[in-house]
Design a protein around this ligand. Structure first.
Ligand code: JCF
Length: 671
């Protein structure tokens, strides 16, 4: 066998195995970019050596054969995929080709995010959902009607006027990130298998023979084009008009869709969404640009697998491969021991990543991870980077098993695992140096007491020099003591003492959050502060009373009671108050506050104050502050760089004000 032959054979075998993992098992072991690179390499090899091409090569057929157990459904028109643009130049080339073919000066483009899910086709006859199928190989897909019927946002019956006799719509079934994270969290807790990413989760959920299982998965649908329509109504002039009509019939469409009048508008749209990508509630892997005019689309036509009138401008991949060099075991604020993989640095999801969480001991077993393994790292949204899969066939001979410690790596006490829990914990509390360090870091963090300039290195120095044992000791520090520490000058010592002093003036909700009670995050802290009004009633609250607070269940209530029952915690709190930490006692909100009953959203960059500061000011006036714009939003404060939230507010006709206007209103409200 020639060298080329052997290489082609190896690539084919890999691609076939990876395809099966991807399309049939919904459990890929390599990243998409790795898959694409292998496919590209094989394509090139076959192009340069045509004698190597075989009819069953993966280059000839990418996609999946229908799974057994599902009826094959032949699409009326092939379901096309999209050509990719990887750079601004690619996009400009696309626009030039389109304009040359159409002999046009500028083209109107419809823009929308490219959802990372599973393409499906859905048919409504006389308004009733009668058929749904996956894309399959583009011609024939799998009938998944029952499963699609179980997706909540897909209308079983269309509403409104002029319902067509036959309507086929194409769109993407996807799993929003929050649902995905929650599903995986539960899977990890229960010891069952989490999904690698939301797309695999959507695919795996959709292709269940039992639609009862699909029903329990948090799936959503978003239409992206009209497949075929038979109707008395006239044909649509544009893609955007068709989408608007689908929306009026009750079919979900992208809330971020927009029409621009030239390629420059496409560039701006891309930049805007690239900036807000991580804040969206779902994964997107790029932006789709389509010639909006349907007559022009027809004129342009399609080549083999993709239309000439559309292109997908891709974002940086959210999954990449790298090597695990070792595993460290970190002890967190609450004693939970988290294995963290040390990686060869890799650019993924727009940043360079060199650590990824492995969650817990079960996860290491489930992944079958060894030191030296090549892994797929995923970074999406504001979730920390994770090891999503191990690439089994890249394991080196000197790979080493990973042993989970039995003793706390920081204080040597025996680790404990509660029945039914996945995490091992160190139970030494603040007796453990790692927990002490982490709880101080949490206490001083920006959203807690907000002490500027007190990073982890300095915390380590303060602990090592014995100047600080508890968070209360921070308020006893003076400049002379600090100036004696390495890397401290007089000025930096003064700055730190000033920052600590400034933090004495805080709010009850920040203080409660800063205590670092297990499972009491910012929202719970805020609700506890609002309900109890001051610290003493909270300390004295019973488990039953605590559960009257919104979102507080028996577990959180137990953690709160347990925290205050600990004498060391009480001593520290007493010291903090003796040392001058204080907060205003909130007036009970009787609906009389300036903004009570209102919901505000703050987005984009503010100049004079931080976004947090603006939100805090709004809450202090009785407003609710939300992270997303909806029909219930009262008003939006938008700074430069505001993206999708601003657009949505404009679409919904919600009042939008800039920072200057906000500051002037704030002045009058607070007067
Ligand atoms: O969101 C998507 N993944 C998506 C896929 C959006 C689109 O507008 C598409 C697509 C695949 C094909 N449009 C076509 C023509």
């Amino acid at each position: 066998m020639s060298e080329h032959q052997a290489r082609a054979k190896e690539l084919r075998e890999r691609l076939v195995r990876w395809s099966k993992e991807y399309y049939q098992d919904d459990a890929p072991s390599v990243s998409d970019s790795e898959f694409d690179r292998a496919l590209q390499a094989l394509r090139q090899l076959e192009q340069e050596h045509p004698e190597l091409a075989t009819p069953d090569s993966p280059t000839q057929r990418v996609g999946a054969e229908p799974l057994k157990g599902f009826e094959p459904v032949t699409h009326r028109h092939p379901m096309l995929s999209l050509d990719n643009a990887f750079s601004s130049d690619d996009l400009i080339d696309f626009d030039r080709r389109v304009r040359e073919r159409l002999d046009a000066a500028a083209i109107r483009y419809a823009c929308e995010p490219k959802l990372d899910g599973i393409a499906v086709s859905i048919v409504w006859r006389d308004g009733d959902l009668v058929l749904a199928a996956t894309r399959g190989d583009g011609r024939t897909g799998e009938g998944i009607t029952q499963n699609v019927r179980s997706i909540e946002c897909v209308p079983l019956q269309l509403k409104g006027a002029d319902i067509p006799a036959y309507l086929e719509v194409r769109g993407e079934v996807y799993m929003p990130r929050a649902g995905f994270e929650q599903f995986n969290k539960r899977a990890r807790e229960e010891g069952s298998k989490p999904f690698v990413n939301p797309r695999n989760a959507a695919a795996g959920s959709l292709r269940q023979l039992d639609s009862g299982i699909t029903r329990k998965r948090p799936l959503a649908f978003c239409a992206y084009s009209l497949g075929h329509m038979e109707s008395d109504g006239g044909p649509f002039a544009s893609h955007s008009e068709a989408m608007q009509q689908l929306s009026e019939w009750g079919i979900p469409i992208s809330e971020y869709g927009r029409v621009v009048d030239s390629i420059a508008g496409c560039e701006a749209y891309y930049e805007e969404l690239a900036e807000s990508r991580q804040r969206l509630s779902f994964d997107i892997d790029g932006i789709v640009f389509k010639v909006d005019d349907l007559a022009l689309q027809q004129q342009l036509g399609a080549v083999s697998r993709a239309p000439r009138w559309a292109i997908a401008r891709k974002f940086p991949a959210q999954e990449e491969m790298t090597v695990v060099r070792g595993v460290e075991f970190q002890v967190g604020r609450t004693g939970a021991v988290t294995p963290v993989a040390r990686l060869d640095p890799v650019f993924v999801g727009g940043v360079t990543v060199s650590n990824a969480t492995l969650h817990n001991a079960d996860e290491i077993d489930r992944l079958g991870l060894m030191t030296g393994d090549t892994v797929v790292v995923r970074r999406a949204g504001d979730v920390i980077p994770q090891v999503a899969a191990v690439v089994a066939d890249r394991r080196p001979d000197d790979a080493e098993p990973i042993a989970f410690p039995e003793q706390c790596p920081a204080c040597d006490s025996t680790l404990v695992r509660a029945p039914g829990e996945a995490v091992w914990r160190c139970e030494s509390g603040l007796g453990c140096p790692a927990q002490r360090r982490a709880s101080i870091a949490h206490f001083v963090s920006r959203r807690a007491m907000d002490i500027d300039g007190l990073g982890e290195k300095i915390i380590d120095q303060l602990l090592a020099s014995d100047l600080v044992q508890t968070v209360a000791d921070l308020y006893r520090l003076n400049t002379e003591q600090l100036a004696d520490l390495e890397r401290f000058g007089e000025k930096s010592a003064e700055n730190l003492v000033a920052a600590i002093a400034k933090s004495r003036d805080t709010s009850l909700e920040r203080f409660i959050y800063a205590l670092g009670i297990r499972e009491v995050g910012e929202t719970t802290a805020r609700q506890l502060a609002a309900y109890f009004g001051n610290l003493d009633p909270l300390i004295q609250a019973s488990v039953e009373q605590l559960q009257e607070v919104e979102d507080v269940g028996p577990v959180v209530a137990g953690h709160v009671v347990g925290f205050f029952a600990e004498p060391a915690n009480r001593r520290t709190m007493d010291s903090l108050i003796d040392l001058g930490v204080h907060w205003p006692i909130p007036e009970p909100d009787q609906g009389g506050s300036q903004l009570s009953g209102q919901t505000w959203v703050v987005t984009g960059k503010l100049e004079a104050m931080s976004r947090d500061g603006a939100e805090e000011a709004l809450r202090a006036l009785g407003a609710k502050v939300s992270g997303s714009v909806s029909g219930k939003t009262t008003a939006v404060v938008a700074g430069p760089g505001a993206g999708s939230k601003l657009k949505k507010a404009e679409t919904l006709g919600i009042e939008v004000i800039d920072e200057t206007e906000f500051l002037s209103r704030l002045n009058s409200w607070q007067a």
